[in-house]
Write a protein that binds this ligand. Sequence first.
Ligand code: SF4
Length: 336
Amino acid sequence: MNQLIPDVTSNATARQPDSMTNAITGSLHWSVAQIEVLLDLPFSDLIHRAQLVHRQHHDANAVQLSTLISVKTGGCPEDCGYCPQAARYHTGVEDQDMLSLTEVIATAEAAKAQGASRFCMGAAWRGPKQRDIDKVAEMISAVKALGLETCATLGMLKSGQAEQLRQAGLDYYNHNLDTAPEFYGEIITTRDYQDRLDTLEQVRATGMHVCCGGIVGMGESRHARAGLIAQLANLDPYPESVPINHLVQVAGTPLHGTEALDPLEFVRTIAAARITMPKAMVRLSAGRQEMSEAIQALCFLAGANSIFYGDKLLTTGNPEAQRDDALFKKLGLHSL
Ligand code: SF4
C-alpha cells in the first residue's frame, strides 16, 4: 500500500501520517498530491482499490437511473467554454422558453414509467430570478408527488432561494465545480470559483443533498484532474452525488477541437472519485454516447453507479434507453 494514500478500505485511516480526518464527519482530507499518486497507480491496482471501496459501500451491480430535462434552454449570458447554451456561441441550439408545468409532469411520468428514480430539471441561467424560482418550485412539487427524487440545476442561488426550493420538495441541487481552481479561468470568466462554492454552501445550509462534479477532457492536465477530485472530496461533507462528465465537443464552442482525452484516463478519474468519496453516487454523465461499451463497463468497474437515462441530456445526445437496457443485461447490472 502506498504510504501517501490513505487506506480507505480499512479502519486504519486515522493512523495514516499524510491524511487528516474531520472529527465530526469522519471524512478524510485529501491532498492533490495524494490523488495524483492514485491516478499514477498501475491501472489494475487503481481499479482494484476502487472496487474494494465500491463493494464496501454499494451494491456492485446496481446503477441508479436519472432522467434529465431542460426546462429552459439556451440564451445563457455566461461564457462556459464547453456549453452550447451560452448565448455568445453560435452552436445551433435554439432558445426555448420555460416548459409548462404540464409538459414537465408528462416527461416525468414517462421517465418514471421507463424506470428512472430521479428526475433532474436544468435551466440555462446565470441564476434564477424570483419568478423563475416560483415556477420551478411548482414543478418540483409536482414531480415529487409522482414519487420521484428531484434534482435541479439552475445556476447560482441567492440567499433564500435554496430554502424555497427545499421547501418545494427538492432533494438534490446540482452545481458543478467543473475543474480545478487553477484551470477554471481557462474555461469560464463570467463568474469565479468562489461563486460556485458559495452556492454549494447555501444549498448545504438548507440540509438539501448536494450534486456536484466536474468535466474532464477540456485540455486540463492530470494534475488539474487531481485538483478537481481534491476539491470535491474535501467539501465537508463531500457531495452525495458526483457527476463526472466527459467533455462533449460541440461545434461553435471554444472547446471544440480540444485534443481528445485517452478514454482510460477518464476511467482513472472515475476510480479516483470512487476511492476518495466512498459513499457518493458517482455518476457517469455527459459523454457516454461517444464511449464504447467496453469503456462504460470499465467505468462501472471503477465505481460509477449512476447514469443519465433517456435519449437526451440538456442539449446533447445520450444513448437511448434500449441501448442501455441491452448493456445492463450484458453486464448483469440492475437499476436501483
Ligand atoms: S453551463 Fe450553465 S451557466 Fe454555463 S453557459 Fe451553459 S447554461 Fe450557462
